[in-house]
Design a protein around this ligand. Structure first.
Ligand SMILES: Nc1ncnc2c1ncn2[C@@H]1O[C@H](COP(=O)(O)OP(=O)(O)O)[C@@H](O)[C@H]1O
Ligand SMILES: N[C@@H](CCC(=O)OP(=O)(O)O)C(=O)O
Length: 375
């Protein structure tokens, strides 16, 4: 066994993501047999007590379609949310019954991007997941589809799974789909072949991506899986992408699917979420000195360096930091409401504190709440 597959086999804390297409029937609705088959694999993998598994499961919208008399996945958010509301209950009920065959308790965890960009929410999400695992339960995570708006949606569970893997400090991310790996072209076309290992972007530069799977119930297709694998690998977490029917082989470290080697160092930095999950609620235009201070010296952003404010945000929201030419240079959590900021711009914090009160002697974006954007 290669060292990388040995690493897969040795992984202790594993996030497994399963797509809608692997859980539903062609006619629509949950496929109880496929859920049971997946649960069999996961329950066995953790039965020795050495492995902890977090399941990120899609399928809420797909599961809610036929009970609501919908023939296909709706395109409008309101009906998707209605379907998710009905389907999520059915999905978790199905997992609960299926894992009960092994005496395993299931805990539902629904996340939005908002929950995970803010420090307190992020800590809570981590604590809940960690506690569930410590108590021997198996968390089943999905996006909280019924409250997420278009602006704040993850929209695809592949990226959510990568961020959850980072959040729980997983040793491995397994992405299960209806296709047994990443192909160099649309696998429904003849002449395409599976890529066994990806060590960096150069290994997939030639890949072309076809349409979303035949069932049409998934959302992201292959593009979001590649993006998810890139995020996880860069955060030090290897990824195996394969089909749900090969989940047992993948967890056993056998040569199946596509293995993405980790490319970066592990970190527990919640700023990964800020970078990949949050939708900025506005932007701050920085003068040249502030751009340099933030990007080159790692400084906090002070009111003196801000030239303009755009957007309707409140304190704690994610905002984009832009240079005068419009280039986005960073993203951060802002400490003031949009309507408070105009009176502070271009002024020193000492002067503001003297005039407006000590609560104004603070950074607009603290460097601990700030992530630089590349390029
Ligand atoms: N280069 C490619 N390699 C593998 N699969 C691809 C590729 N291009 C397109 N696909 C399609 O992506 C589909 C998986 O995406 P999706 O249906 O969103 O899955 P899921 O519901 O599991 O998240 C596969 O069924 C496959 O047909
Ligand atoms: N939260 C949505 C999942 C959307 C999604 O990413 O679906 P998929 O591409 O099948 O993983 C649901 O449960 O239907």
């Amino acid at each position: 066994m290669s060292a990388a597959r040995q690493g897969v086999l040795d992984a202790r804390r594993i996030v497994v993501k399963v797509g809608s297409s692997s859980l539903t029937t062609a006619a629509g609705g949950l496929d109880a047999d496929r859920v049971d088959a997946l649960v069999d694999v996961l329950a066995k993998a953790r039965s020795g007590g050495e492995k902890e598994i977090v399941l990120v499961s899609s399928g809420a919208i797909a599961a809610g379609l036929s009970p609501l008399g919908l023939r296909r996945r709706p395109t409008d958010l309101a009906r998707q949310q209605a379907a998710a509301s009905v389907g999520q209950g059915l999905l978790v009920a199905r997992y609960t019954a299926s894992f009960a065959r092994y005496g395993v308790r299931v805990g539902q965890v629904l996340l939005t991007t908002d929950d995970t960009s803010r420090r307190a929410h992020y800590r809570n999400a981590y604590r809940t997941l960690d506690q569930l695992l410590a108590m021997g339960a198996l968390p089943v995570v999905n996006e909280n589809d019924t409250v997420a708006t278009d602006e704040i949606r993850f929209g695809d569970n592949d990226r959510l799974a990568a961020l959850v893997a980072h959040l729980v400090r997983a040793d491995l991310l397994v992405l299960l789909s209806d296709v047994d790996g990443l192909y160099d072209g649309d696998p429904s076309q003849p002449g395409t072949s599976r890529i066994d290992e990806v060590r960096g972007p150069e290994d997939i530069a030639h890949v072309t991506i076809g349409s979303v799977g035949k069932a049409g119930v998934g959302t992201g297709g292959m593009a979001t899986k590649i993006e998810a694998a890139r995020i996880a690998a860069a955060a030090g977490i290897p990824v195996v992408l394969t089909s749900a029917s090969q989940a047992a082989d993948a967890l056993a470290g056998r040569e199946t699917g596509t293995l993405f080697h980790s490319t970066g160092r592990r970190s527990t930095d919640r700023l990964l979420w800020l970078q990949h999950a949050s939708a900025p609620q506005g932007h701050l235009v920085l003068d040249d000195g502030a751009v340099r201070a933030v990007t080159e010296r790692g400084s906090s952003l002070l009111p003196a360096g801000i030239a303009a404010v755009e957007g309707d945000f409140v304190a704690g929201d994610p905002v984009e930091l832009r240079a005068a030419d419009g280039r986005a240079v960073a993203r951060g959590l802002v400490n003031f409401d949009a309507k408070e900021l105009p009176q502070l711009l271009g002024r020193s914090t000492r002067e503001l504190a003297r005039e407006l009160g000590p609560e104004y002697e603070r950074e607009v974006v603290h460097r601990d709440d700030l992530v630089l954007l590349q390029g």
